[in-house]
Structure formats: structure tokens, C-alpha cells
Write a protein that binds this ligand. Structure first.
Ligand code: PLP
Length: 368
């Protein structure tokens, strides 16, 4: 019995790892045989599993048998070629194999020293991706900007909203929080509203402007301008505009250049959410949908939607990373190290995980 309680060693990893890969390869081979939508009733699993955790270890084969008999029926098969709900969440065998490596190395890259390769690889690959998307050079890490991986587009918009909020509050004073106004079309993904709630933006100051069929459901620059003017006359402070390339419900594309100019002339942060359609913009024939991104402060696309990476992997670029650092840094003692302290203090990289936002910092050594 004692032997069975020992952690698995490298040889057992080899044996069970091969079995797990076989299990998943068989799953992919037969995935079309499953109904895409799970057919189970709510609560089905409680009847199939014991009331409390087992006292004794089980055999690997028995666990796989349980997964086959009890778990797979309760799975909705997002990777099925017949899956058309929500949005694509298409991983790939290459993505899955990469995830194995990531799980095996199991790095927590919250500072450069915690794993230099993790931070540097992230910066390099996001520069590559920025170049593929033909993002302006300001978004590359060689200058004041750069890219950082977040868990989701929802985290990305929260992070930039916080940066923008703190930037404007540094200028106008903390007490002005209730005067801050956010703008977007009513087609914008609900994550913006959620981010506003989390960032303490007054619910009435989150302007979701109606977009109609007359503009193909894109946000009208004239309507935006008028609304901003009205808000200014009553003493509010417009500070954040979110435009979308490919809205969730209708694939509308907001006119980035005109909107961005309005944002700039009012001293606002301009964020572009291209969560799912952004992937398509690496194709030269679709790149024009992003025209105007040069006036944006931040740009986000989800590699986990259409770029064949596993969920979750959302790429965020900013032109001025110091705004993020200032808003989100804390600099606790345990993250300080000599290398960090000898660097310039502005190159910072975030690694987002669902429900567990934490920053890995390069040169600053701070978390939030
Ligand atoms: N923005 C747009 C345009 C989307 O389509 C979605 C998801 O469908 C999101 C944001 C939210 O993405 P995530 O689930 O990565 O937070």
C-alpha cells in the first residue's frame, strides 16, 4: 500500500503520459460520434461519484474508464467540427502538445528572475504577432509599448481601463472618479460593462451608444462627438473609448480612425477590441478592417478564438506600458531582486489567468 501512495516518478510519467496521449488521440478520432451538446440532466454527476474523496489511490486505467463513462457524457464538445455555438475555441494538436510542455515545466513567471525565458519569449512572440498584424511600431517592445498575454479579452479591457482610469485621475484628482465616462457602442461585448463595474465607474457613466443598421451596427463618430460634448457641458470627464473590430453579435467594425481622432482630441484612452476577428487580420485581404489602429492606445485579440492555441490566450498590446505599470504595480519585498533593480523600471509583462490576475514583471518586480 505504501508504494501506491508514492508520487509518480519519471518512468511512470512516461507510461501514463503515453496512455493519456492515446486516450486524447482516440477522443479526437471519434469526436464526431458524440452529440456536440451534452445530453445529461443537471446534477447528473453527483449520482455517479462517491460522497467524499476516496481514501485509497485508484489505478490509472480505472480513472480513464471513469472519465470515459462518467465525465465524457457531461462534456460539450467544443473541439467537435460540428460545434458552432458561441465563438470558435479551436485548439490544435500543436497547441495541445505545447500545453503539455507548459504543464510539465509549470512556471510561475511573475518576475523576470522567476523564469527569464518565460518573460522574454512572451515579449518576442508578441512582437512577432504584432508584426504579423502590421500593428504600428509603437506597439512593439523595443520602444515604450509592447505586448502581454492575458487570460481573456475581458481581462485585457479591465487592465487597460484601470490604466486609463488611474492616468486621468492622476491629472484631475482622485475625487473625480464619479465624473469619469466610458463610451462604446451598444454592440460592444458585455465584458466592457463588467470591467466598468470592477473599475468603480459609475454605472450611469458607461455610455453604450445605440448603433443601427444605417451604419451596419458600427458606432457613429457623429453620435459619439455629440454625446461627448453633452457630457462635457454638464461637467463630466470623458476618459475611455472602446471600439470593436468584429462585434460579437453582428461582426460590425467600428470606424477606428474617425473614432480614435475624437478620443485623442478629448484626451481619452482609445482601446480596440478585436477579440475574435483580429486573428483574421493577419491575412492581407482582411487587414484593412484594422485601419486606424495607429491612433489606438491599446489593441487586443484572442489567440484562443481563431489562432489554434488552447484556451486561454489573449494578446494585448499597449503603446505606453508605463501607464499599466503605474496603475497596477505594488512592488512587494518578495519580488525584489538585483536584476530587477538595475533595470530601467518600465518594462513590465503581465500574465493573466482566469480568476487569478497576476502580473509578472520584468525590470520592476511588482504584482497586483
Ligand atoms: N470582445 C469580443 C468582440 C468578443 O467576441 C468576445 C468573446 O466572444 C470578447 C470580447 C470576450 O472574450 P473573452 O471570453 O476572451 O473574455
Amino acid at each position: 500500500m505504501e508504494n501506491r501512495l508514492k508520487p509518480m516518478d519519471a518512468e511512470q510519467l512516461r507510461e501514463y503520459g503515453h496512455k493519456m496521449v492515446d486516450f486524447i488521440a482516440d477522443y479526437y478520432k471519434t469526436i464526431e460520434n458524440f452529440p456536440v451538446l451534452s445530453q445529461v440532466e443537471p446534477g447528473y454527476l453527483r449520482n455517479l461519484l462517491p460522497d467524499s474523496a476516496p481514501n485509497q489511490p485508484d489505478s490509472f486505467q480505472h480513472v480513464l474508464d471513469d472519465i470515459q463513462a462518467k465525465i465524457l457524457p457531461g462534456v460539450t464538445h467544443w473541439q467537435s467540427p460540428n460545434y458552432f455555438a458561441y465563438y470558435p475555441s479551436n485548439s490544435s494538436v500543436a497547441g495541445f502538445v505545447g500545453e503539455m510542455l507548459s504543464a510539465g515545466l509549470n512556471i510561475v513567471g511573475f518576475s523576470w528572475i522567476a523564469s527569464p525565458a518565460a518573460t522574454e519569449l512572451e515579449m518576442i512572440v508578441l512582437d512577432w504577432l504584432a508584426k504579423m498584424l502590421k500593428l504600428p511600431e509603437d506597439f512593439l517592445s523595443a520602444g515604450r509599448g509592447g505586448g502581454v498575454i492575458q487570460g481573456t479579452a475581458s481581462e485585457a479591457v479591465l487592465v487597460v481601463l484601470l490604466a486609463a482610469r488611474d492616468k486621468v485621475l492622476r491629472r484631475v484628482g482622485k475625487d473625480a472618479l464619479e465624473k469619469l465616462v466610458v463610451y462604446a457602442s451598444d454592440q460592444t461585448h458585455s465584458s466592457l460593462q463588467k470591467a466598468c463595474q470592477m473599475a468603480g465607474i459609475h454605472p450611469e457613466n458607461c455610455r453604450l451608444l445605440k448603433a443601427t443598421s444605417s451604419t451596419n451596427y458600427a458606432l457613429s463618430p457623429e453620435f459619439l462627438s455629440e454625446t461627448i460634448s453633452q457630457d462635457l457641458t454638464i461637467g463630466l470627464i470623458p476618459f475611455f473609448l472602446c471600439a470593436t473590430v468584429g462585434t460579437t453579435s453582428s461582426t460590425a467594425v467600428d470606424p477606428l480612425l474617425s473614432l480614435g481622432k475624437i478620443a485623442k482630441s478629448n484626451g481619452m484612452w482609445f482601446h480596440v477590441d478585436a477579440a475574435y476577428a483580429g486573428s483574421a487580420c493577419v491575412c492581407p485581404e482582411f487587414r484593412h478592417y484594422m485601419d486606424g489602429v495607429e491612433v489606438a492606445d491599446s489593441f487586443n485579440m484572442n489567440a484562443h478564438k481563431w489562432f489554434l492555441t488552447n484556451f486561454d490566450c489573449s494578446a494585448l498590446w499597449v503603446k505606453d506600458r508605463s501607464a499599466l505599470v503605474q496603475a497596477l504595480s505594488t512592488n512587494p519585498e518578495y519580488l525584489k531582486n538585483k536584476i530587477t533593480e538595475t533595470m530601467d523600471g518600465i518594462t513590465t509583462v503581465w500574465l493573466g489567468k482566469p480568476a487569478m490576475l497576476y502580473k509578472k514583471s520584468y525590470q520592476v518586480g511588482q504584482t497586483f
